[in-house]
Design a protein around this ligand. Structure first.
Ligand SMILES: Cc1cc2nc3c(=O)[nH]c(=O)nc-3n(C[C@H](O)[C@H](O)[C@H](O)COP(=O)(O)O)c2cc1C
Length: 193
């Protein structure tokens, strides 16, 4: 796959073939990609918890909130839930730049998953204290982001929208998930050439 195709395929997927379990090696390989990404001052403050245990996965699932812009959809039903998770954690008082590392690491994990024909979704809307208990994390660590992963079973398409048009994602009647993205010309505010 061309890099552009991987980026375009790398959407937020929220429905999976739950029976296609992810193994420990796949999840560790994805974290290994994140390990090799840039880090402010190379401090490498992020830590990772992986789960491919159906029992822990179902407990992680209970702490997640899905697709706030689809209020009539309670999230993936049994059978379409994620088949593995990578939870990114960092020390409570980590310096602000760790937030930048977090985005780089999370996107690299998802690009790596897309390159393997998998997909996922970053979730920041998480009942963090509850999840911290489930994962038995030490007190000083805070949940930063959950990455749900699996073999997607939904179609997600990008659409271009102009200034003033809605950027709210939506599902059409055929259950295709539509994600409006602003046009390149509306994002590049100045070209110095
Ligand atoms: C930092 C961050 C946190 C997110 N948290 C959630 C979340 O809690 N629940 C969810 O369903 N989607 C979450 N998303 C996914 C966004 O809704 C998604 O990126 C957006 O709708 C655009 O779709 P796309 O990723 O396919 O471009 C999150 C995305 C990011 C970058």
């Amino acid at each position: 796959m061309e890099f552009k195709e991987i980026v375009e395929k790398n959407r937020s997927y929220r429905r999976f073939d739950q029976s296609r379990r992810l193994d420990k090696k796949t999840l560790l390989d994805l974290v290994d990609l994140a390990r090799k990404t840039p880090s402010a001052a190379n401090r490498q403050l992020l830590r990772y918890v992986i789960s491919c245990s159906p029992e822990i996965d179902s407990r992680i699932f209970e702490t997640l909130s899905w697709a706030a812009s689809l209020p009539d959809w309670p999230g993936p039903e049994e059978g379409e839930r994620p088949a593995g998770y990578i939870v990114i954690v960092a020390d409570e008082d980590s310096w602000d730049w760790a937030r930048v590392d977090l985005g780089i690491a999370a996107q690299t994990i998802l690009l790596g998953a897309a390159a393997l024909g998998l997909g996922g979704c970053m979730l920041g809307n998480v009942r963090k204290e509850r999840l911290k208990g489930i994962l038995e994390l030490e007190e000083s660590l805070a949940i930063q982001l959950v990455i749900a992963l699996g073999k997607p079973v939904e179609e997600v398409v990008l659409e271009e929208v102009g200034e003033g048009e809605s950027i709210t994602y939506y599902r059409s009647e055929d259950r295709v998930h539509h994600v409006p993205k602003r046009k390149l010309a509306d994002l590049v505010i100045r070209i110095c050439d």
